[in-house]
Design a protein around this ligand. Structure first.
Ligand code: FAD
Length: 540
């Protein structure tokens, strides 16, 4: 394996910024850094309700956060013909970590990329995808129409100097490696087919529907790395392959991922033993397509560039202070109910009783940072080996490689946008956040192009720009003990009379299905409190 320029800038700008990026002058790439409205975010600490001006605006339900969870809450309210709600988000566009953009020719994601075709029991996602015309009309188990499935070639791996089809590192794999892969698959089949006494799966999506039997739950106490050892696996290729899954879905190494989460990744998307994982559906802008659809249901009710700074329960109503990023005005809003579709660490800053006394469960929640780069290419660089796929991973890289936006736009020539993903997987996410924020555009862009340059040495010649998104708190981390631990369960149960929580982090795993489930669940609780008859979509 070849990799240097000082250990790929010390595995992408670790070791004191890779000795000042190897003391080398950066190649200059046009582009900019974006990132969770940091300049607006710090106002959280200053703007209390009492300082708001003007007559308070009244609304039935105020939803804080227009990520997939908040938008799903709005979708659920709208489906019950309840329209007296507003969704506030601090960013200029809705979407949260499923945000998207376009350069005029190719739309592309800034975060989440895909969802698997739901199993029959995930009713809410089935309804949503059906509404969008994604599911095939045939009876039986849900399947996606051809044009929304990832078209071939779906994935490839750059290893030993060329691209190979598929993600398991086949080049140089021994018989023992293949035998371990088969044994691993057989183990996943066994786990996927197990049911508890109530007929529940060990690992279900949404995660809330998973069995609580000890034989499943106890896996959470182990790390995925310890489980790998316990099962007697030795293959470094298999280990790399499983770690890729953890870095991809959780932004974590095997050591820091719960073994329960590893098995969830491989089992929750299998209908039954012997069946493959459900295929993915995706769009050029990734899950941005889901966001756009959800937003249409709340047309005229989503207010972006609006930072909620204070949430104050007050008997039969809740008071909110909302800061407008454009006018710098602090508005007062009075709602009958509030849904906090924001991560727990944000809830702890805006919700007054939690600001006054932090709930004990909060300390168990941690969030990993990610860098996402969108590389705008005028045309494709040279290619060695298997042809460009949707997902393109590099074996010798801490990144996850890139996804081509053009692939799902069903175009093979012309400009493209490659979305490059780098989870920062240090044991301490605070150190990683510092690293993410400390490096400027020039340093990161140069590192990203250097990383992909392993596979595409002429990449720089074809780049029009490199834009970056620094996600400081990208994903909640399912570290050992967290998913089945008392703190996450306490957060799941928490509510303050008229304040309801509905963000994906309550599941402990950052997935669209979890965001949708949490948003819908919160909306259904509110509907019930408002005396509406609700047929629970979130019940599964
Ligand atoms: C790089 C990356 C890749 C991913 N890839 C996938 C994928 O392929 N598939 C998948 O299923 N999932 C993926 N995910 C997980 C993704 O987090 C979830 O799919 C989903 O977007 C989570 O939605 P959410 O609404 O729970 O949270 P968020 O997306 O975090 O939304 C929270 C919203 O609250 C807003 N907000 C925060 N504070 C305030 C405030 N004080 N006032 C107003 N608004 C506020 C934020 O601006 C944000 O819009 C990925 C995540 C990242 C970061």
């Amino acid at each position: 394996m070849t990799v240097s320029r000082r250990g790929l800038l010390s595995a992408l700008l670790g070791t004191p910024l890779a000795a000042s990026a190897c003391k080398k002058t950066h190649r200059a790439f046009a582009g900019e850094v974006r990132g969770a409205a940091h300049d607006v975010g710090h106002r959280l600490r200053e703007a209390w309700y009492e300082r708001a001006s003007g007559k308070p605006e009244r609304v039935g339900v105020a939803i804080v956060g227009a990520g997939p969870a908040g938008l799903s809450a709005g979708w659920r309210l709208a489906r019950s013909s309840f329209r007296d709600y507003r969704i506030f988000d601090l960013e200029p566009l809705a979407g949260g970590t499923s945000a998207y953009g376009t350069d005029g020719s190719v739309p592309y994601p800034w975060g989440a990329h895909y969802v698997p075709v739901p199993l029959a029991e995930n009713r809410a996602l089935r309804i949503l995808l059906d509404e969008m015309g994604v599911l095939a009309p045939e009876p039986g188990a849900p399947s996606a129409r051809e044009r929304f499935r990832i078209r071939e070639p779906e994935e490839r791996l750059f290893i030993d100097g060329s691209w190979q089809a598929g993600l398991f590192p086949a080049a140089g794999a021994s018989d023992a490696d293949w035998a371990e892969l088969r044994r691993f698959e057989a183990r996943m089949d066994e786990w996927a087919s197990l049911r508890d006494g109530d007929g529940r799966r060990g690992f279900a999506l949404p995660l809330r529907h998973s069995s609580e039997d000890a034989r499943f739950v106890e896996l959470d106490r182990l790390s995925a790395a310890a489980w790998f050892e316990r099962e007697g696996f030795r293959s470094q290729r298999l280990r790399w392959y499983l770690e890729l899954a953890c870095r991809d879905d959780y932004g974590l190494t095997l050591e820091h991922t719960s073994a329960w989460a590893l098995l969830f990744y491989f089992c929750a998307r299998r209908a039954k033993a012997g069946s493959a994982s459900q295929p993915f559906v995706s769009w050029p802008e990734g899950n941005g397509r889901l966001v756009q659809h959800l937003e249409r249901h709340s047309r005229g009710r989503v207010e972006t560039g609006r930072l909620v700074t204070d949430v104050v329960p007050a008997g039969d109503h809740v008071k909110l202070a909302v800061f407008a990023a454009d006018t710098h005005e602090l508005r007062a809003v009075i709602a009958e109910h509030v849904i906090l579709a924001v991560p727990q660490f944000v809830a702890a800053r805006v919700l007054r009783p939690w600001r006054d006394q932090k709930p004990a469960h909060l300390a168990a929640f941690s969030y990993g940072p990610w860098l996402v780069a969108n590389l705008h290419l005028s045309r494709a660089p040279k290619n060695l080996g298997a042809p460009l796929a949707w997902d393109n991973v590099l074996y010798d890289s801490p990144s996850l490689g890139y996804v081509s936006a053009r692939h799902q736009a069903l175009r093979d020539v012309g400009p493209d946008v490659w979305t490059y993903y780098l989870p920062l997987t240090d044991a301490d996410p605070r150190r990683d956040r510092e690293r993410l924020l400390a490096n400027d555009h020039a340093t990161w862009a140069d590192a990203v192009v250097g990383d992909l340059g392993q596979a595409h040495p002429d990449l720089a010649e074809h780049l029009a720009r490199v834009d970056l998104y620094k996600w400081g708190h990208a994903m909640v981390r399912p570290t050992p003990g967290f998913l089945q631990g008392p703190e996450r369960k306490a957060a799941e149960r928490a509510h303050l009379d008229r304040v309801h929580f509905g963000h994906s982090d309550l599941s402990g795993i950052a997935l669209f299905e979890e965001a949708q489930d949490r948003g819908i669940l919160a909306a259904e609780r509110v509907l019930a409190r408002l005396g509406r008859e609700v047929e629970p979509l979130a019940a599964g």
